[in-house]
Design a binder for this molecule. Structure first.
Ligand code: GDP
Length: 307
């Protein structure tokens, strides 16, 4: 992802090299190229506009500083503004003062929630936490068993419903496999067995759907999550922004997880999500394997994009 954007940005900035002084016309030309590169990469128009506005203003007003030549100064400004649109600081998980910390996952079907549940569980275990995965995606056939598989791979416990019977090896009875009841029972299980983080996997649909939103909102109200992570497939292109807005308005979230960053799509929508929703990108997933996952660092991503 971002290869083509990266090539074009570095190309645009390279043209400035060797110039002793940058005229306003030089900066305008470079900004035009950067603008086109961002639009071609599917970065949302309002994000492109404000980004270019800031670069122009800062580049034109830039004092010549001792160590950097004018071209390097523009590169520095672009880098800083790129970090800013990606969220600036790295945003860490906020753990609850009184465990368990509840992390709810929301997003479209296929965005990578269930896979992420396993990745998060492994990441948490590596830090000494004891996560419990709770299977509240009762919509997609196979989602529960998929969660059990990723849980096993991550070495984490999974709490899953068996309709009309007891749940897992818990004492708690679930009479109907209702995701909200399962979510509540999952929290009780965590309290009873002292798991310190609960990861709640929820159902997604292929498109935005009111019933899905209401169900996710119901689970949210039942479990009162400390973090709600909106899982966003970076490959879905321009729809990413409207999907993120719908989830923000319908369910609300505290952070974004970008998945499939290993894909070859243009990826610019992923660059827009922080600005558009105001919520930080917290994790990035770069493959199907459990370890292909990390905390999202805006500065590292900006360096990668600028080559
Ligand atoms: P869910 O419907 O949101 O639970 O999505 P899944 O976790 O089932 O993921 C959908 C598909 O995307 C699966 O085939 C996953 O293996 C795959 N997947 C998830 N995350 C990534 C990723 O970061 N990169 C790639 N290439 N595939 C991923």
């Amino acid at each position: 992802m971002f290869e083509s954007l990266s090539d074009r940005l570095t190309g645009a900035l390279k043209d400035l090299r060797g110039k002793g002084r940058l005229s306003d016309a030089d900066i305008d030309t470079t900004c035009r190229e950067i603008r086109l590169a961002l639009l071609d990469a599917d970065v949302a128009l309002p994000v492109v506009r404000s980004f270019i506005g800031k670069i122009k203003e800062r580049a034109k007003g830039a004092e010549v500083s001792g160590a950097l030549n004018p071209a390097q100064q523009v590169v520095k400004i672009v880098n800083e503004e790129l970090i800013a649109i990606l969220g600036g600081e790295t945003r860490r998980v906020q753990f609850a003062k009184n465990p368990p910390t509840v992390i709810m996952l929301a997003g479209l079907q296929g965005s990578g929630k269930t896979t992420l549940a396993g990745k998060l569980a492994k990441w948490l275990k590596d830090q000494g936490h004891t996560p419990l995965l709770v299977a509240c995606d009762l919509q997609r056939p196979g989602a529960v068993s998929q969660l059990q598989i990723v849980g096993e791979r991550a070495g984490a416990a999974v709490f899953a419903p068996h309709p009309g019977t007891s749940v897992g090896d818990s004492e708690i009875e679930i009479r109907v496999a209702d995701p909200i009841n399962v979510a509540r029972a999952g929290i009780e299980e965590a309290n009873a067995k002292q798991y310190d983080v609960v990861i709640v996997d929820t159902a997604g649909r292929l498109g935005i759907d009111m019933e899905l939103m209401q169900q996710a909102a119901g689970i949210r109200d039942a479990v009162e999550p400390d973090e709600t992570l909106f899982v966003l497939d970076a490959m879905i292109g321009q729809d990413a922004v409207s999907t993120a807005e719908s989830f923000r308005d319908g369910v609300g979230f505290t952070g974004v997880v970008l998945t499939k960053l290993d894909g070859d799509a243009r990826g610019g929508a992923a660059l827009s999500v922080r600005e558009v929703t105001g919520m930080p990108i917290m994790f990035a997933s770069t493959g199907e394997k459990l370890e292909e996952f990390d905390v999202f660092h805006p500065d590292r991503m900006a360096s990668r994009i600028l080559g």
